[in-house]
Ligand binder design. Structure first.
Ligand code: NAD
Ligand code: WQD
Length: 337
């Protein structure tokens, strides 16, 4: 299948591109490189033996999208392109709504004009807000607490409204839990710009000595050891989840929603211990105040994806840490080097 991958040079998009190519599909990448580097294309080429077609451009450019959809004879779209930093979204909400929601509207309109009616959307566990209980199932009530989270929730609602009006659309909402890890080759991984917002990239930079210590946000949560608990999922498991979801849902009509998580929760201290085992030395950390907006603990119930898609996360926390560490040690400056 020929698939347009928006945001295809980013962290999850690039790993999903590998999974699509492995399965014999033909991804066509479109990215404005606002949070990624062109070098990733050479890394894909080194692993796959060929470079995927790439358009440098913006999803808000409807004429470009239409040209790509028609000329490349695209059959389905996997839509990763978005701004994704929760904290930043509270400072520049208009940019988040404009890029994420505005960009998705332009994409949907272009798809409609070109008769492409399968969309796999990168949603997030953030659309569950503060869940009443764990594990989280897809039918749980939705709410969001940041402009970023609201942009994801509103896009889900837009997809649902469009599908209700035009039943031939196949919409897939994939709610990711906490994606971490890197390709096992050590040649592709997460390359955050500036100070990392998320736990795993921060840990890897402490482990390699780029940052002096990890600040653990809160040691007094009602969890196993007082630190926050999350469902970390290996990025290659996540990538394979996209493949299964696309193959299962393409052309079926309807809205299909899946949690992509492992179903297991790890505390911050458990992740720190697992990473220390992977890198072979202890990591300096200090327990500090809670981060505003954080939730004590949540993890997925991934049973629906397992039942309907035949997909299950296979890689454990040891693999997530080992692969992150391999990527970091071989690419201390990310894709810059
Ligand atoms: P990323 O920033 O690495 O990738 C996003 C890519 O989209 C980048 O390459 C960026 O340059 C591109 N992009 C952004 N705006 C664009 C635009 N207007 N036009 C064209 N390209 C544009 O992020 P990621 O971690 O790979 O996340 C991918 C998707 O998954 C995002 O939609 C994100 O919200 C969602 N998501 C991520 C996480 C996570 O923790 N990483 C969790 C849940 C959901
Ligand atoms: C994990 C745990 C922190 C950094 C975010 C978004 C969510 C989704 C995934 C996009 C928490 C603790 C972190 C640090 C720490 N993204 N932590 N020190 O907040 O669960 O989810 O990314 O959709 O929407 O909110 O991920 O990696 O930031 O935090 O102690 O330096 O690690 O408090 O318990 P989070 P995270």
């Amino acid at each position: 299948m020929k698939i347009l991958v928006t945001g295809g040079c980013g962290y999850i998009g690039s790993h999903t591109t590998l999974a699509l190519m492995d399965a014999g599909h033909e991804p066509v990448l479109l990215d404005n490189l606002c949070n990624s580097k062109r070098t990733v294309l050479q890394r894909i080429e080194a692993l796959q033996g060929r470079i995927p077609t790439f358009y440098e451009g913006d999803i808000r450019d409807g004429a470009l999208l239409e040209r790509v959809l028609r000329e490349e004879q695209i059959e389905a779209v996997i839509h990763f392109a978005a701004l994704k930093a929760v904290g930043e979204s509270t400072r520049i909400p208009l940019e988040y709504y404009e890029n994420n929601i505005g960009g998705t509207l332009v994409l949907l309109e272009a798809m409609k004009r070109c008769g492409v009616r399968t969309l796999v959307f990168s949603s997030s566990a953030t659309v569950y807000g503060e869940p009443a209980s764990v594990p989280i199932r897809e039918g749980f009530p939705r709410s969001a607490h940041s402009p970023y989270g609201r942009s994801k929730l509103m896009i889900e609602q837009i997809l649902e409204d469009l599908q209700a009006a035009e039943p031939q659309w196949s919409m897939v909402e994939l709610r990711y839990f906490n994606p971490v890890g890197a390709h096992e080759s050590g040649t592709m991984g997460e390359d955050p710009q500036g100070i990392p917002n998320n736990l795993m990239p921060y840990i890897t930079q402490v482990a390699i000595g780029r940052r002096p210590q990890l600040s653990i946000f809160g040691g007094d949560y009602p969890t196993i050891d007082g630190t926050g608990v999350r469902d970390y999922i290996h990025v290659m498991d996540l990538a394979e989840g996209h493949l299964k979801a696309l193959e299962h849902c393409h052309g079926t009509g309807g809205v299909h929603t899946y949690n992509l998580g492992t179903g297991k929760g790890y505390s911050v201290l458990q992740v720190v211990a697992a990473f220390a085992a992977a890198c072979g030395h202890p990591l300096p950390y200090q327990i500090e105040a809670r981060r505003p907006g954080d939730i004590a603990e949540y993890w997925a119930d991934p049973a629906k994806a397992e039942r309907e898609l035949g997909w299950q996360a296979r890689r454990d926390m040891a693999a997530m840490c080992a692969d992150s560490w391999r990527w970091q040690t071989r690419n201390p400056n990310g894709y810059e080097a």
